[in-house]
Design a protein around this ligand. Structure first.
Ligand code: CA
Length: 348
């Protein structure tokens, strides 16, 4: 009997989630974060549920809101998750070149704002951001782990471009960059969402997007074309809300009222696709294209253009893998499964 008990104890040790020993992907999570139900937060909650990932740090950037808001909201979600061990580094408060103007102020996105961040639901997190800058953290972390770091970039690319400019050797040391950004007119569903042809993240910092796309880092691009193949509905919200964890409770509280008001509501998923790509890139169909960004301050400012061959004006552009479709059923089941996982023991 004692032997049997010892055997059961041993098996428990082997299968317990805390005993996960396979090498984990080291990632930096670069984000214009806003508290749930915004998509950066929904991407982070997925990533926190993935034992395959070691999140070395979160770097924040101005985009959906200003960088202060991104920073305090990220800290708060980590606190709710019991993952204060993940450091947060404040990044760029403004795009490289793009100045605030009337169009920016009237349309979506508070990147131009200097307003202090409002307290997240439940109050500010106890922990503060680290004192080092986001770009400094990115440069040091990548150089200390050459060929091992994947950067998930789901906001304007200001921090990544700044890091590349700080350290010219950086591009050759990054394992991979997965970017949510752009819209490719040469592929179906390629219209913009900020201007007629420009996607929001690339439009906020077109110069940064161009630097990053031309850097030579191996890139998977997740543009609006693939976002528009998703359909997050009450059915999937219900599956998340049915499981009780500190994070699903937040999702239920914050997303529930939208579905109560409009039960037929269906929304696109954006940053979540880039995050899921970390775990299973085979869920998305890709095509290799040269992708470049228009940085002329004219009608197509911030527009991404993709083509199978180089074209005049795009000399210097590089080929990247562009996602254009996905296996919705497998994608959403994997997403919901990870979002509803209990928070790993030892991190509470
Ligand atoms: Ca984002």
């Amino acid at each position: 009997m004692r032997k049997r008990l010892a055997f059961i104890f041993l098996i428990t040790l082997v299968v317990a989630p805390t005993s996960y020993t396979a090498p984990r992907q080291k990632i930096i999570f670069d984000t214009d974060f806003v508290f749930p139900p915004q998509d950066d937060a929904m991407a982070l909650i997925f990533a926190l549920g993935c034992p395959e990932l070691e999140i070395l740090g979160i770097t924040t950037v101005a985009g959906n809101k200003n960088v202060e808001r991104a920073t305090v909201d990220a800290l708060k979600v980590l606190e709710i998750a019991g993952r204060e061990d993940v450091p947060v580094f404040r990044g760029a408060g403004r795009p490289l070149v793009h100045e605030k103007d009337d169009f920016a102020v009237k349309h979506y996105g508070g990147w131009w704002s200097d307003e202090p961040a409002p307290a997240p639901p439940g109050g500010f997190a106890k922990k503060n951001a680290e004192s080092r800058s986001a770009a400094d953290f990115i440069v040091n972390t990548v150089l200390q782990n050459p060929g091992q770091i994947t950067i998930l970039a789901i906001g304007p690319l200001t921090n990544i471009a700044t890091a590349i400019r700080m350290e010219p050797g950086l591009a050759h040391s990054v394992k991979q960059l997965i970017i949510m950004g752009g819209a490719i007119a040469a592929l179906p569903d390629g219209a913009g969402n900020q201007t007629p042809n420009a996607e929001f993240n690339f439009w906020v910092d077109p110069e940064a997007a161009k630097v990053v796309l031309r850097s030579g880092i191996p890139i998977i691009l997740s543009p609006l074309n693939v976002s528009r193949k998703t359909k997050f509905s009450r059915e999937w919200f219900g599956k998340i809300a049915a499981v009780d964890t500190p994070l699903t409770r937040v999702i239920k509280e914050r997303m529930g009222p939208y579905f109560e008001k409009d039960p037929g509501r269906v929304t696109f998923m954006y940053d979540q696709i880039a995050a899921v790509t970390l775990i299973d890139p085979t869920l998305m169909k890709t095509v290799e294209l040269y992708v470049d960004v228009d940085t002329n301050h004219d009608v197509d400012y911030g527009v991404s253009v993709g083509g199978a061959q180089l074209w005049p004006g795009a000399e210097g552009a590089r080929k990247v893998l562009v996602q254009y479709d996905l296996d919705w059923d497998r994608f959403i089941n994997l997403y919901v499964e990870r979002v509803t996982r209990p928070i790993p023991q030892g991190h509470r």
